[in-house]
Write a protein that binds this ligand. Structure first.
Ligand code: SAH
Ligand code: SF4
Ligand code: F3S
Length: 466
């Protein structure tokens, strides 16, 4: 599950869980998750809330009494895919009329009661800040009432809830440090589905990290839409993201720490210096640029220029000796010209991104761009530009892997390779997936691997005998 990228839309099925049933009825819940890492972590919170009430969690949809689909609204195709899944649940419900179906997460928040009308099989609609109310809502739905709670909160961070680590590899885990977003980039639905930004108390974050270390975890990824604006008052002082990151890194030298997402306008040198000082903070930064054109960035209300972004990536290279930089890019935003598009391509070359998530602009209802701008780049032009961006990134990604050939890198082994029982798969500090013959090593081990080759997505190597 840790491999779910910030913005892929693979369903994540849930793992089994032993439950102490408080009521006689054995209710089994199946949770399917779409969207970003925060949603993956939210599903773990949902599982925890329901498990506390005695519900069982199942990996098998056909065994479920309740199906919950944790949804994403970030682009139209994400929503379409989920509607497709609802059709599958519809036929399942036809076979088993007692089955309950709940839509939770961002699409629930965006569409609210409208979902009940549009998708008649839906019994529950629950927004991202209302998960504590799930047991009550499930009970209501069980008596035939439609159950909806889409209230957003200014405070909710689920800070006291220990997420149930479903499908975990037992090595790496997500830890949410904040919720919501105050940025209001003009294209983006997230501020409307997730509400205002709020930080989780550093005490509870550190406690959760400590528990993960005790349970044998070796890597945590701290999650927020804009981690650099993390702020918490603790004993009269302000804890910034840099402070928090350092404190998390100091939990154990055996623990690797990652974080996402950084916003270019807020990423400080202080943060980079903390990264440089702590060997166990991974040297990998996800810094979404969106566009290489200052004019487009202004229309997107990103609040930085092309030059500012390039200065930030220069600072990364200056302060950290070998740090990978990944990004998000949107092709074909409102009024984007061929020249703006060329600016994006030239910025990509200049920064030499190691990895990128690339999207066509998708109009999201009620966002400032939807209300005030013209989605005037024709679909075929958007597609052609996206393809150019993808082709360029493919070359850049390949080169960035090739430079490791001949070097020895430290890999945290995470799992047995999908393709071969005799191989292990893990990642380098720079977030490069690396596969090597297991020999005497096992998941959780830190292994020095000599890189001998690569495929487009993976480094290949041999473990050094120590
Ligand atoms: N908080 C993060 C990312 C949130 S959404 C940030 O600010 O970078 C993840 C990515 O989805 C964004 O970085 C953006 O590239 C993309 N995205 C968001 N809204 C989009 C839209 N309407 N159309 C296409 N891509 C979009
Ligand atoms: Fe969306 Fe911008 Fe907030 Fe990221 S920073 S979640 S892109 S509004
Ligand atoms: Fe994440 Fe999608 Fe919501 S990207 S915050 S699940 S809209």
């Amino acid at each position: 599950m840790k491999n779910i990228s910030a913005h892929t839309y693979r369903p994540v099925s849930t793992g089994g869980l032993r439950i102490d049933h408080r009521d006689n009825r054995r209710v089994k819940v199946y949770i399917e998750t779409y969207g970003c890492q925060m949603n993956v972590n939210d599903s773990e919170v949902v599982a925890s809330v329901l498990a506390d009430e005695g519900y069982g969690i199942t990996k098998d949809m056909r065994q479920a009494d309740l199906i919950l689909v944790n949804t994403c609204s970030v682009r139209e195709n994400a929503e379409q895919r989920i509607r497709g899944r609802l059709n599958v649940f519809r036929s399942e419900k036809r076979k088993r009329p007692g089955l309950l179906v709940g839509v939770i997460g961002c699409m629930a928040e965006r569409l609210k009661e409208q979902l009940l009308e549009e998708e008649q099989i839906v019994d529950l609609v629950v927004g991202p800040d209302a998960y504590r109310d799930l047991p009550q809502l499930v009970r209501n739905a069980g008596t035939g009432q439609k159950a909806v709670n889409v209230l957003l909160s200014r405070e909710e961070t689920y800070s006291d809830i220990s997420p149930v680590r479903m499908d975990s590899n037992g090595v790496s885990s997500f830890v949410s440090i904040m919720r919501g977003c105050n940025n209001r980039c003009t294209y983006c639905i997230v501020p409307y589905t997730r509400g205002v930004e709020r930080s989780r108390s550093s005490e509870t974050i550190l406690r959760e990290v400590g528990e993960l270390v005790e349970a044998g975890y070796r890597e945590v990824t701290l999650l927020g839409q804009n981690v650099d604006s993390y702020r918490m008052q603790q004993n009269g002082t302000t804890v910034s993201f840099a402070h928090l990151l350092q404190a998390v890194a100091e939990t154990s030298p055996l623990l690797r720490v990652r974080f996402a997402t950084s916003h270019p306008k807020d990423m400080t040198d202080e943060l980079l210096h903390v990264m440089a000082a702590c060997p166990n903070i991974c040297k990998s930064i996800h810094l979404p640029v969106q566009s290489g054109s200052t004019r487009i960035l202004e229309l997107m209300r990103r609040r930085y220029t092309r030059e500012w972004y390039l200065e930030r990536t220069d600072a990364i290279r200056r302060i950290l000796s070998d740090c990978s930089i990944s990004t998000d890019i949107i092709a074909g935003f409102c009024t984007e010209t061929e020249e703006d598009h060329r600016d994006t391509l030239s910025l990509m070359r200049q920064v030499h991104f190691d990895y990128a998530f690339m999207f066509k602009y998708s109009v999201r209802p009620h966002t400032p761009a939807a209300k005030e701008m013209n989605n005037d780049v024709p679909e075929d032009v958007k597609s052609a530009r996206l393809q150019e961006i993808i082709d360029l990134q493919k070359q850049l990604s390949e080169k960035s892997k090739q430079r490791y050939i001949g070097q020895t890198v430290e890999v945290l082994a995470e799992s047995v390779s999908k393709k071969s029982q005799e191989k292990l798969s893990g990642r380098t500090s720079q977030n490069m997936v690396t596969v090597f013959p297991a020999k005497r090593y096992a998941p959780r081990d830190y292994v020095r691997v000599r890189i001998t080759g690569c495929t487009p997505a993976t480094l290949l190597g041999e473990a050094e005998s120590s």
